[in-house]
Structure formats: C-alpha cells, structure tokens
Design a binder for this molecule. Sequence first.
Ligand SMILES: [Zn+2]
Length: 216
Amino acid sequence: MTGSPARDLVSVIRLEEERFTDSDVRNFPELRGFAQKYALDYVGDFEYLREARLNMQTHGSLSVQQARGVLNCAKRDFKWMARLADLVMAITNSLLRQARVASNNMQAMQQLPPSVLVKADFKNRWLYSTHERAFLVHIIDTSKSWGRWYRATNEIKFSPITWCQGRFHPLVKYPSFRISDDDTEVFTQNSQHQTRVLCEVCKERWNISQLPENRN
Ligand SMILES: [Zn+2]
C-alpha cells in the first residue's frame, strides 16, 4: 500500500467545528509557535491581529486563546495558509502514526488528544455523490479543506470544499458522498447509466489555479 495512513480513515462529512480550538493549541506547542511568528510578522490593520502583535512585542508570547484566534486567521491568509497546512499535515501524519501504534493499547491511546484539526495529504481528489441520478464529479480544493481526527473512533471527519462552489453538506440531504483519486472508479456510469463527467466550474477554476503566477 502506498499513500497516507489517513487514506482509509476518512469519512466525508460537514464538520461543525473546523476551526482550531484551544485544546489543539494546548496539545501542539508547534501551533502556538506558528501563531506567534504569524502575529509578529503581521502588517495589516485588522485590530485583533494588531493586538496580538503588540502582545508579542511586549510579552514575547500569546495566550492559548489568542494563539487559537490567530491560527484561525492564518488559515485564511493566502500568504500563510500553505505553510500552516504543511505544519498541520506534519502533525497529522505523526499523530496517525502514534494512533496506529497505540491502537491496541488503551493507555497509550488515552495519551493522545481526544480530537485535533488535521490536514490530509490529498492531491487532487475527486468528490462525487453516489445518489443514483448524480453524474457530476467535482475537484476538491485541498488547500481549503480540513478535517478533524477523533481518538474515540480513530477516524478523520473531512469537510470537503470543491473548486466550484464551496462546501458540501452531505449529511443534510445526501448521506453518500465519495472521495477518490481513482479515475477508473470515478468516471464510470451511475446507477441510471449516465456517464459521470467533470464539473465545468471546478475544471475551469482548477486550471486557473495551476497557472504559474497562481502557484505558491
Ligand atoms: Zn464542481
């Protein structure tokens, strides 16, 4: 088997909480470090971040709550989101390795955090509904899609955002969405014998994102 350990653990779901929480910051000091660097570097005029920068300049650190708030800003900042995603991906992979080792050992498992915001190392994955009449295949915007790992089930709940329109709410209407990177699985026929096709909007926006000037 190749690929990420996350691969088999992902379920598609709209997360209620896909933001960093205080416990994410408490459990992973590297997240707090990132927030502090981000705050120090901030040059814009958003009051919250200016205050955080001032805190860094005067006290040299951020509180857990403040670091959490700063991370949720950095997550949406085009200049920093890729770096933050890389950091969280590294945390994710190490956590999943630990969870795998600990999975037969209750005590070791209890030492892992109950949940944490994660980033799976998907490349460009397809998302489609398995509803019988659905025939569009969408491209997941991996830079904007986050998940949360849960210790109780050792599973990642993943909140996919596609290039065409944003968030899917699979739980609301269609319980069955699938994510795959296997073309031969995706571009076949649905149960009504329609051939699945790529969503035009996703395709166009994804193509634009791949132009040299838009790559980070
Ligand atoms: Zn689409």
